[in-house]
Every structure is written in structure tokens, then in C-alpha cells.
Design a protein around this ligand. Sequence first.
Ligand code: SDX
Length: 377
Amino acid sequence: MPHDFMPGLAGVPAAKSAISDVDGDRGLLEYRGIRVEELCDRSSYLETTYLLLFGRLPSPQQLAKWNEDVIGHRRLKYMIVDLMKCLPDQGHPMDALQAAVAALGMFYPGRHVKSEDNNYWSAVRLVAKLPTIVAAWARLRHGDEVIVPRDDLGFSENFLYMLTESEPPPLWSAVFDDCLILHAEHTMNASTFTGMVTASTLADPYTVVASAIGALKGPLHGGANEEVVQMLRDIGTVERVRSYVDEKIRRKDKLMGFGHRVYKVKDPRAVVLQRLCERLFQESGPSPLYEIAMKLEQVAGESLNAKGIYPNVDFYSGIVYDKMGIDIDLFTPVFAISRVSGWLAHWLEQLRENKLFRPDQIYAGDHNRPYIPIDQR
Ligand code: SDX
């Protein structure tokens, strides 16, 4: 019996999963049953990746080994750096990231997915190396040398260090780590689903992650965080917000950073990200973008809230990164640095009971048309 066609598979379960859950009506997000707010308050991104990948919080010994394994695999093969040196400087960092990750697998022969040990080390390498790849590209495209990861720095501290070669303020590392926790996983989003389709063919995990990176790049998905800050910069002042929103609504244009397929209330991650903004501004000074964003949320809400359209995770995240001096086109790669743990968690879960994704279609074309020779067309 054919199933009804649902555009964008809206509301259609594509998998059974125990990794995360979203309550779109109450604005709740849990990773392996733990509320994401609690993980921000009490965990770290690296511990959260262990929770997502292996389904439970690590013992002190397990966390120490996970940390040691990830630290030990942060460095890049020199040929990956050489590959990035051949890419056009003005290219988008998401393209550089996707190219480098696709090439990464070529250096590690154990890519067939039947070995749990291979799969563990593939997951370690991908979690460990994505930050190094993003930071390397950020340096190379400006003609600067790649900064070697430091084993004595934490996950977030090391990423921020690799961008500038200076150790970030402790508050920045803490806030950035919470941002990574908030972006790590989100059920059947477009990039995770893309990775799962690739995983279902038994392709290797580097290829799985490279395919997910491609989906994340789009402005309707992970690319929205870059679009939001560009929008806030274009608006320029709090006074111009209302006329900007009125024009967008009149043209029926989508407001970047607003709306969500699942949340019909404010994204709980946006709520936490606002708190992180305020913590950051206490130490590093205010951000004019934040004032414009809050005004935009209020004005747009007058028209959109009644339709269940509220700020999503991408609305405030870029303001945090902008305050830390991170280039605007690195915002989505930062999303990827975090979401790789969700992609890998679904990859491992999928492999346990894999079934090739191959949906059906409703055919809307012709039948039995004759071939017309070109001299008669
Ligand atoms: C992420 O799926 C996930 O979990 C994703 C994510 C994750 O963690 O992985 O949460 C991360 O991608 C967040 C979303 C980032 N994208 C954006 O901010 C881009 C702007 N948002 C929209 O494009 C939109 O809200 C989507 C794509 C996010 C969701 O859109 P849907 O579910 O496909 O809904 P739709 O486009 O069919 O819109 C339904 C109605 C329409 O109005 P009508 O034609 O019915 O009158 O809502 C309106 C839309 O016009 N609408 C908006 C709007 N989003 C939806 N109107 C104005 N501004 C918006 N942003």
C-alpha cells in the first residue's frame, strides 16, 4: 500500500533512534535522555561526544582515554595541508572542509565498516581533526602558516588557539564549548539524514561525514548562522529593524534564523545562546548586533509567532562567534565541528541494524511516448 507523499518527508519517521529527542511544542531537547541545558551547565563538549557516540556518560577512566585518543589524533597529514594549499583562497570554508574530509579517508585504509575497532578510530580521527582542518583553512587562505594543535589545551581552547596562535580568555573557551554542546545533535535534521543515507550504502565514515557537510552548508540549514549575522549587519541599527521586517514580510521572504520544522516555540538552544551572549558581553563588552537581534526577535514575533515561527539555534549563535572575532564564513564550519558527533552517533547506530535507504516516488510523468527523430522535431 503506497504511503502518502509528504514534501520534505515532513513528520515522516525515517529511523528509530535513541540518540536525541526534540519536543517541538514544549521546546525541549535531550541527548541520550539528558536535557541539553544540564549538559551545558555540567558537562563538556568532549564528554558530550562520548555520551552521543556510546550512549552513556563515561567513567573517569573512559573519559581520560577518550580525551587522550582525541588529543593524539588532532594533527593533519602534511598532504591534507598541501591539498588545502591548492584550493582557491576565496573559496568557502565549507567547501574546503568537505574536500579535506573526503580526502582524509584516503590516508586510513581501515575504512570498511565491519570492524568496531576501525569504526572507533575513524570516529576519533573525525572528531579530532575537523577543528584542525577548519583552523588550518582559516590560516592558509590568508597566507599564514598552519598552527599545530597543542596537546595541553582542551578541545575548545585548542580550536580558538589554532585560529590566532594566542590562548583564548577562559570565558571564551567555556562559552564556545557550550556552543559546541548545543550544536552537537538534533534528531533527523537534513545533514544527519544525508549522512544516514550515505551510511546505509556501507560507505566509509569519512564519506558519510563529507556528504553531511554538503547538506549542512545550505542556508536553510547550517548556513543560516552566517546569513543571520549578514542580515544584522545589513540592518545596521535598531531603528531600521521595523522597516526591514515589514519589507521581508511583505515580500514573503524567509527571515534567516527564524522558524523550524519541529520547534513551534522558541528553540531552547536559542534561549541558552542568549544567556551565553550576555555572559560574553559582561567581560568583553556589548555587541550592537545583539541589540539589533533582540529588536528583530520582538518585531518579527508580532507577525510570525502566531504561526509558530520563532528564533532557532542559528539566530544568536553567530553573534557569539562574531564577538570572539571568528570570521563570518567560519560559522557553519564551527557548526560542523560540533555536529560531526551527532552524524557519527547516527552512523554507528545505523550500522547496528542497517537497511539501505531507498524510498519510493509518485510518478507524475508520461508513458509510452514515441522517439521523434531529430530531423522531425
Ligand atoms: C537548522 O532540522 C533541524 O533540526 C535543523 C537544525 C539542527 O540543529 O540540525 O535545528 C538547524 O537548520 C535550523 C534552521 C536554520 N534555517 C533558517 O533559519 C532558515 C530560515 N528558516 C526557514 O527556511 C524555515 O523555517 C525552515 C526551513 C527552517 C523550516 O521550514 P519548513 O518546516 O519547511 O516550513 P515552510 O518553509 O514550509 O514554512 C511554513 C510556513 C510558510 O508560510 P506559508 O507559505 O504556509 O504561509 O512558515 C513560513 C513559510 O513562509 N516560514 C517563514 C519562515 N520559516 C517558515 N516565514 C518567514 N520567515 C521564516 N524564517
